[in-house]
Write a protein that binds this ligand. Sequence first.
Ligand code: ADP
Ligand code: MG
Length: 350
Amino acid sequence: MMREKKMQIRDIGEFPLIERLAETLGHAARGAGYGVICGIGDDAAVLQMTPGYRLLATCDMLVEGVHFDWNYFTPQQLGWKALAVNLSDIAAMGARPRWALVSLGLPPDTLLPRVEGVYHGISQLADRFGVTLVGGDTTSSPAGTVINITVLGEAPRSRIAYRSGAREGDWLLVTGELGGSAAGLACFQEGGEPVGEEEVTRAYLTPWPRVREAAVLMNSGLVGALNDISDGLASETAEIASASGLGAVIMEERIPISSSVRRIAGHLGYDPLRWALFGGEDFELLLTIPGGKGAPLQARRLARSLKKATGTPLTIVGRMLPAGEGIKLEKKDGTVQELSERGYNHFRGS
Ligand code: ADP
Ligand code: MG
Protein backbone atom coordinates (compact mmCIF):
# COMPACT_ATOMS: atom_id res chain seq x y z
CA MET A 1 0.00 0.00 0.00
CA MET A 2 1.45 3.30 -1.08
CA ARG A 3 1.91 5.89 1.65
CA GLU A 4 -0.98 8.37 1.44
CA LYS A 5 1.30 11.38 1.60
CA LYS A 6 3.07 10.33 -1.57
CA MET A 7 -0.05 9.30 -3.41
CA GLN A 8 -0.76 11.10 -6.67
CA ILE A 9 -4.30 11.61 -7.87
CA ARG A 10 -3.56 9.49 -10.97
CA ASP A 11 -3.22 6.53 -8.57
CA ILE A 12 -6.76 7.04 -7.30
CA GLY A 13 -8.83 8.03 -10.32
CA GLU A 14 -11.63 10.52 -10.73
CA PHE A 15 -14.58 8.95 -8.89
CA PRO A 16 -12.83 7.81 -5.72
CA LEU A 17 -11.18 11.25 -5.65
CA ILE A 18 -14.55 13.03 -5.75
CA GLU A 19 -15.78 10.74 -2.98
CA ARG A 20 -12.76 11.56 -0.82
CA LEU A 21 -13.17 15.27 -1.44
CA ALA A 22 -16.85 15.12 -0.50
CA GLU A 23 -15.81 13.40 2.75
CA THR A 24 -13.22 16.11 3.39
CA LEU A 25 -15.99 18.68 3.12
CA GLY A 26 -17.85 17.09 6.04
CA HIS A 27 -20.31 19.58 7.38
CA ALA A 28 -19.79 21.98 4.46
CA ALA A 29 -21.34 19.42 2.09
CA ARG A 30 -24.38 18.47 4.14
CA GLY A 31 -27.80 19.77 3.31
CA ALA A 32 -30.08 19.58 6.32
CA GLY A 33 -31.52 23.02 6.89
CA TYR A 34 -29.33 24.53 4.17
CA GLY A 35 -31.81 24.43 1.33
CA VAL A 36 -30.14 21.43 -0.29
CA ILE A 37 -32.65 18.90 -1.64
CA CYS A 38 -29.90 17.03 -3.51
CA GLY A 39 -26.18 17.84 -3.21
CA ILE A 40 -23.01 16.14 -4.45
CA GLY A 41 -23.67 12.76 -6.09
CA ASP A 42 -26.30 13.23 -8.78
CA ASP A 43 -26.12 14.95 -12.18
CA ALA A 44 -27.08 18.34 -10.79
CA ALA A 45 -27.81 19.82 -7.39
CA VAL A 46 -31.42 20.60 -6.45
CA LEU A 47 -31.79 23.63 -4.22
CA GLN A 48 -34.61 25.29 -2.32
CA MET A 49 -34.52 29.07 -2.34
CA THR A 50 -36.25 31.26 0.22
CA PRO A 51 -39.67 32.10 -1.30
CA GLY A 52 -39.81 35.58 -2.82
CA TYR A 53 -36.01 35.97 -2.99
CA ARG A 54 -33.87 36.57 -6.06
CA LEU A 55 -31.07 34.19 -7.02
CA LEU A 56 -27.55 35.64 -7.43
CA ALA A 57 -24.80 33.75 -9.25
CA THR A 58 -21.08 34.47 -9.60
CA CYS A 59 -17.88 32.61 -10.41
CA ASP A 60 -14.19 33.35 -10.21
CA MET A 61 -11.30 31.29 -11.50
CA LEU A 62 -7.77 31.07 -10.08
CA VAL A 63 -5.09 29.86 -12.50
CA GLU A 64 -1.64 28.73 -11.35
CA GLY A 65 0.99 31.12 -12.70
CA VAL A 66 -1.58 33.88 -13.29
CA HIS A 67 -3.39 34.28 -9.95
CA PHE A 68 -1.32 32.22 -7.60
CA ASP A 69 2.00 30.52 -7.06
CA TRP A 70 2.34 27.31 -5.03
CA ASN A 71 5.52 28.80 -3.52
CA TYR A 72 3.35 31.30 -1.63
CA PHE A 73 0.15 29.40 -0.91
CA THR A 74 -0.46 26.30 1.18
CA PRO A 75 -3.29 24.16 -0.24
CA GLN A 76 -5.61 25.29 2.57
CA GLN A 77 -4.89 28.95 1.88
CA LEU A 78 -5.61 28.50 -1.82
CA GLY A 79 -8.95 26.81 -1.14
CA TRP A 80 -9.86 29.56 1.30
CA LYS A 81 -9.00 32.33 -1.14
CA ALA A 82 -10.78 30.68 -4.08
CA LEU A 83 -14.00 30.69 -2.07
CA ALA A 84 -13.37 34.08 -0.41
CA VAL A 85 -13.17 35.98 -3.69
CA ASN A 86 -16.58 34.60 -4.66
CA LEU A 87 -18.20 35.30 -1.29
CA SER A 88 -16.89 38.84 -1.68
CA ASP A 89 -18.74 39.22 -4.99
CA ILE A 90 -22.02 38.08 -3.43
CA ALA A 91 -21.43 40.47 -0.49
CA ALA A 92 -20.82 43.23 -3.02
CA MET A 93 -24.43 42.84 -4.18
CA GLY A 94 -25.61 43.08 -0.58
CA ALA A 95 -26.70 39.45 -0.72
CA ARG A 96 -26.21 36.30 1.34
CA PRO A 97 -24.09 33.45 -0.10
CA ARG A 98 -25.72 30.02 0.23
CA TRP A 99 -24.29 27.38 -2.11
CA ALA A 100 -21.03 26.72 -3.96
CA LEU A 101 -19.78 24.47 -6.77
CA VAL A 102 -16.07 23.76 -7.20
CA SER A 103 -14.41 22.93 -10.53
CA LEU A 104 -10.84 21.68 -10.50
CA GLY A 105 -8.28 21.17 -13.25
CA LEU A 106 -5.42 19.12 -11.81
CA PRO A 107 -2.16 17.77 -13.28
CA PRO A 108 -2.24 13.96 -12.86
CA ASP A 109 0.88 14.00 -10.65
CA THR A 110 -0.82 16.27 -8.08
CA LEU A 111 -0.33 14.81 -4.61
CA LEU A 112 -3.53 13.73 -2.88
CA PRO A 113 -2.82 15.73 0.32
CA ARG A 114 -2.60 18.89 -1.79
CA VAL A 115 -6.13 18.44 -3.17
CA GLU A 116 -7.49 17.46 0.22
CA GLY A 117 -5.82 20.53 1.71
CA VAL A 118 -7.56 22.77 -0.83
CA TYR A 119 -10.88 21.23 0.23
CA HIS A 120 -10.07 21.75 3.92
CA GLY A 121 -9.53 25.44 3.20
CA ILE A 122 -12.77 25.68 1.25
CA SER A 123 -14.78 23.94 3.94
CA GLN A 124 -13.25 26.03 6.76
CA LEU A 125 -14.45 29.23 5.16
CA ALA A 126 -17.75 27.75 3.93
CA ASP A 127 -18.57 26.71 7.49
CA ARG A 128 -17.95 30.21 8.78
CA PHE A 129 -20.66 31.60 6.52
CA GLY A 130 -23.10 28.69 6.40
CA VAL A 131 -22.31 28.02 2.72
CA THR A 132 -22.93 24.48 1.46
CA LEU A 133 -20.84 22.76 -1.25
CA VAL A 134 -23.33 21.20 -3.64
CA GLY A 135 -21.22 20.03 -6.57
CA GLY A 136 -18.42 20.65 -8.99
CA ASP A 137 -16.40 19.13 -11.76
CA THR A 138 -13.01 17.41 -11.78
CA THR A 139 -10.75 17.18 -14.79
CA SER A 140 -7.08 16.63 -15.53
CA SER A 141 -4.98 19.58 -16.62
CA PRO A 142 -1.86 19.20 -18.81
CA ALA A 143 -0.07 22.06 -17.06
CA GLY A 144 -0.88 23.74 -13.78
CA THR A 145 -3.72 23.82 -11.31
CA VAL A 146 -6.98 25.63 -12.09
CA ILE A 147 -9.71 26.17 -9.53
CA ASN A 148 -13.03 27.78 -10.36
CA ILE A 149 -15.73 28.25 -7.75
CA THR A 150 -19.32 29.22 -8.48
CA VAL A 151 -21.31 30.70 -5.62
CA LEU A 152 -25.07 31.08 -5.53
CA GLY A 153 -26.64 33.54 -3.14
CA GLU A 154 -29.98 35.14 -2.49
CA ALA A 155 -31.54 38.40 -1.40
CA PRO A 156 -34.96 40.04 -1.20
CA ARG A 157 -35.54 41.82 -4.52
CA SER A 158 -35.66 45.29 -2.98
CA ARG A 159 -32.43 44.68 -1.08
CA ILE A 160 -29.93 44.16 -3.88
CA ALA A 161 -27.21 46.79 -4.36
CA TYR A 162 -26.04 47.50 -7.90
CA ARG A 163 -23.04 49.51 -9.09
CA SER A 164 -25.49 51.80 -10.82
CA GLY A 165 -27.12 52.91 -7.56
CA ALA A 166 -25.02 56.06 -6.92
CA ARG A 167 -26.43 59.60 -7.19
CA GLU A 168 -24.67 62.91 -7.71
CA GLY A 169 -23.47 64.30 -4.38
CA ASP A 170 -23.40 60.87 -2.66
CA TRP A 171 -20.52 60.13 -0.37
CA LEU A 172 -18.15 57.30 -1.18
CA LEU A 173 -17.11 55.07 1.74
CA VAL A 174 -14.84 52.07 2.16
CA THR A 175 -14.73 49.30 4.78
CA GLY A 176 -11.47 48.26 6.44
CA GLU A 177 -8.04 49.28 5.15
CA LEU A 178 -6.51 49.18 1.68
CA GLY A 179 -3.18 48.13 0.24
CA GLY A 180 -2.65 45.14 2.55
CA SER A 181 -3.00 42.48 -0.11
CA ALA A 182 -0.61 44.17 -2.56
CA ALA A 183 1.84 44.64 0.31
CA GLY A 184 1.57 40.93 1.12
CA LEU A 185 2.29 39.95 -2.47
CA ALA A 186 5.24 42.35 -2.60
CA CYS A 187 6.66 40.73 0.56
CA PHE A 188 6.62 37.34 -1.20
CA GLN A 189 8.00 38.66 -4.47
CA GLU A 190 10.80 40.66 -2.89
CA GLY A 191 11.74 37.95 -0.39
CA GLY A 192 14.21 39.54 1.96
CA GLU A 193 13.89 39.84 5.70
CA PRO A 194 10.48 39.98 7.39
CA VAL A 195 9.20 43.39 8.47
CA GLY A 196 6.15 42.44 10.49
CA GLU A 197 4.48 40.91 7.46
CA GLU A 198 1.89 38.65 8.98
CA GLU A 199 -1.00 41.08 8.74
CA VAL A 200 -0.35 41.70 5.04
CA THR A 201 0.48 38.16 3.98
CA ARG A 202 -2.81 37.15 5.60
CA ALA A 203 -4.60 39.86 3.61
CA TYR A 204 -3.11 38.42 0.42
CA LEU A 205 -3.45 34.69 1.15
CA THR A 206 -6.64 34.40 3.17
CA PRO A 207 -8.80 37.50 2.75
CA TRP A 208 -11.88 37.68 4.96
CA PRO A 209 -14.93 38.36 2.76
CA ARG A 210 -17.12 41.23 4.01
CA VAL A 211 -20.35 39.22 4.03
CA ARG A 212 -21.40 40.28 7.55
CA GLU A 213 -20.44 43.87 6.87
CA ALA A 214 -22.61 43.85 3.73
CA ALA A 215 -25.61 42.66 5.78
CA VAL A 216 -25.17 45.46 8.33
CA LEU A 217 -24.73 48.08 5.60
CA MET A 218 -27.81 46.84 3.69
CA ASN A 219 -29.88 46.88 6.90
CA SER A 220 -29.21 50.59 7.28
CA GLY A 221 -31.21 51.32 4.10
CA LEU A 222 -28.58 53.93 3.17
CA VAL A 223 -26.57 52.04 0.55
CA GLY A 224 -26.83 53.38 -2.99
CA ALA A 225 -24.11 51.64 -4.99
CA LEU A 226 -21.96 48.78 -3.71
CA ASN A 227 -18.85 47.12 -5.13
CA ASP A 228 -16.01 45.01 -3.77
CA ILE A 229 -12.41 46.08 -4.21
CA SER A 230 -10.73 43.39 -6.26
CA ASP A 231 -8.77 45.70 -8.60
CA GLY A 232 -7.87 48.72 -6.49
CA LEU A 233 -9.87 51.73 -5.25
CA ALA A 234 -9.41 53.70 -8.49
CA SER A 235 -10.80 50.99 -10.73
CA GLU A 236 -13.79 50.15 -8.49
CA THR A 237 -14.69 53.82 -8.05
CA ALA A 238 -14.60 54.20 -11.83
CA GLU A 239 -16.93 51.20 -12.17
CA ILE A 240 -19.51 52.73 -9.83
CA ALA A 241 -19.18 56.11 -11.54
CA SER A 242 -19.51 54.65 -15.01
CA ALA A 243 -22.47 52.38 -14.14
CA SER A 244 -24.22 55.32 -12.43
CA GLY A 245 -23.42 57.79 -15.22
CA LEU A 246 -21.35 59.99 -12.89
CA GLY A 247 -17.84 61.16 -12.05
CA ALA A 248 -16.12 60.87 -8.65
CA VAL A 249 -13.38 62.38 -6.54
CA ILE A 250 -11.22 60.40 -4.11
CA MET A 251 -9.53 62.31 -1.29
CA GLU A 252 -5.98 61.07 -0.92
CA GLU A 253 -5.61 61.88 2.76
CA ARG A 254 -8.73 59.90 3.67
CA ILE A 255 -7.69 56.61 2.07
CA PRO A 256 -7.29 54.17 4.97
CA ILE A 257 -3.85 52.57 4.85
CA SER A 258 -2.53 50.71 7.90
CA SER A 259 0.74 51.61 9.58
CA SER A 260 2.21 48.20 8.76
CA VAL A 261 1.43 48.67 5.06
CA ARG A 262 3.17 52.05 5.18
CA ARG A 263 6.15 50.56 7.00
CA ILE A 264 6.51 47.68 4.53
CA ALA A 265 6.15 50.06 1.58
CA GLY A 266 8.92 52.23 3.03
CA HIS A 267 11.11 49.20 3.64
CA LEU A 268 10.67 47.78 0.13
CA GLY A 269 10.70 51.14 -1.66
CA TYR A 270 7.07 51.19 -2.85
CA ASP A 271 4.38 53.86 -2.69
CA PRO A 272 1.58 52.63 -0.36
CA LEU A 273 -0.89 54.96 -2.07
CA ARG A 274 -0.37 53.14 -5.37
CA TRP A 275 -1.06 49.82 -3.62
CA ALA A 276 -4.37 51.18 -2.32
CA LEU A 277 -5.42 52.78 -5.60
CA PHE A 278 -4.21 50.22 -8.10
CA GLY A 279 -3.05 47.17 -6.14
CA GLY A 280 -6.33 45.34 -5.84
CA GLU A 281 -7.40 42.15 -4.08
CA ASP A 282 -8.22 43.87 -0.81
CA PHE A 283 -11.82 42.61 -0.99
CA GLU A 284 -13.10 45.53 1.05
CA LEU A 285 -16.50 47.02 0.19
CA LEU A 286 -16.88 50.35 -1.57
CA LEU A 287 -20.28 51.99 -1.19
CA THR A 288 -22.20 55.22 -1.57
CA ILE A 289 -24.65 56.81 0.85
CA PRO A 290 -26.73 59.95 0.24
CA GLY A 291 -24.91 63.28 0.64
CA GLY A 292 -26.56 66.44 1.89
CA LYS A 293 -27.09 67.97 5.30
CA GLY A 294 -27.81 64.81 7.28
CA ALA A 295 -24.89 62.93 5.77
CA PRO A 296 -22.17 63.53 8.38
CA LEU A 297 -24.39 62.23 11.18
CA GLN A 298 -25.63 59.28 9.11
CA ALA A 299 -22.10 58.32 8.14
CA ARG A 300 -20.95 58.45 11.78
CA ARG A 301 -23.89 56.34 12.92
CA LEU A 302 -23.35 53.80 10.18
CA ALA A 303 -19.63 53.57 11.00
CA ARG A 304 -20.46 53.06 14.68
CA SER A 305 -22.97 50.28 14.06
CA LEU A 306 -20.66 48.53 11.60
CA LYS A 307 -17.78 48.67 14.08
CA LYS A 308 -19.97 47.34 16.87
CA ALA A 309 -21.41 44.47 14.82
CA THR A 310 -18.28 43.37 12.95
CA GLY A 311 -15.23 45.22 14.31
CA THR A 312 -14.63 46.64 10.82
CA PRO A 313 -14.04 50.39 10.37
CA LEU A 314 -15.83 52.48 7.74
CA THR A 315 -14.20 55.57 6.21
CA ILE A 316 -15.43 58.34 3.92
CA VAL A 317 -13.00 58.47 0.98
CA GLY A 318 -14.74 60.62 -1.60
CA ARG A 319 -17.82 61.94 -3.31
CA MET A 320 -19.79 61.34 -6.49
CA LEU A 321 -19.54 64.17 -9.04
CA PRO A 322 -21.63 65.09 -12.06
CA ALA A 323 -21.18 63.13 -15.26
CA GLY A 324 -18.24 64.31 -17.33
CA GLU A 325 -16.05 65.11 -14.33
CA GLY A 326 -14.17 61.83 -14.70
CA ILE A 327 -12.36 60.17 -11.80
CA LYS A 328 -10.21 62.57 -9.79
CA LEU A 329 -7.76 62.40 -6.94
CA GLU A 330 -7.65 65.32 -4.51
CA LYS A 331 -4.08 65.43 -3.22
CA LYS A 332 -3.13 66.32 0.36
CA ASP A 333 -2.10 69.82 -0.76
CA GLY A 334 -5.55 70.46 -2.22
CA THR A 335 -4.59 70.09 -5.89
CA VAL A 336 -6.78 67.83 -7.99
CA GLN A 337 -5.50 65.47 -10.64
CA GLU A 338 -7.16 63.21 -13.17
CA LEU A 339 -6.97 59.50 -12.25
CA SER A 340 -6.76 57.84 -15.62
CA GLU A 341 -4.79 54.81 -14.50
CA ARG A 342 -6.74 51.70 -13.48
CA GLY A 343 -6.03 48.37 -11.83
CA TYR A 344 -4.85 45.14 -13.38
CA ASN A 345 -6.18 44.17 -16.81
CA HIS A 346 -5.58 40.56 -17.84
CA PHE A 347 -5.30 40.89 -21.59
CA ARG A 348 -3.31 44.06 -21.45
CA GLY A 349 -1.12 42.55 -18.75
CA SER A 350 -0.80 45.84 -16.87
P1 ADP B 1 -21.24 14.10 -14.49
O1 ADP B 1 -20.36 13.20 -15.28
O2 ADP B 1 -22.69 13.75 -14.51
O3 ADP B 1 -20.97 15.56 -14.73
P2 ADP B 1 -19.42 13.94 -12.32
O4 ADP B 1 -18.85 12.59 -12.22
O5 ADP B 1 -18.61 15.02 -12.94
O6 ADP B 1 -20.86 13.82 -12.98
O7 ADP B 1 -19.83 14.41 -10.87
C1 ADP B 1 -20.55 13.56 -9.99
C2 ADP B 1 -21.00 14.36 -8.79
O8 ADP B 1 -19.86 14.84 -8.08
C3 ADP B 1 -21.81 15.59 -9.16
O9 ADP B 1 -22.77 15.80 -8.13
C4 ADP B 1 -20.80 16.70 -9.15
O10 ADP B 1 -21.41 17.95 -8.87
C5 ADP B 1 -19.87 16.25 -8.02
N1 ADP B 1 -18.49 16.71 -8.20
C6 ADP B 1 -17.64 16.45 -9.21
N2 ADP B 1 -16.44 17.02 -9.04
C7 ADP B 1 -16.53 17.69 -7.86
C8 ADP B 1 -15.65 18.48 -7.11
N3 ADP B 1 -14.39 18.76 -7.52
N4 ADP B 1 -16.09 18.99 -5.94
C9 ADP B 1 -17.35 18.76 -5.52
N5 ADP B 1 -18.22 18.02 -6.15
C10 ADP B 1 -17.83 17.48 -7.32
MG1 MG C 1 -19.05 16.38 -14.54
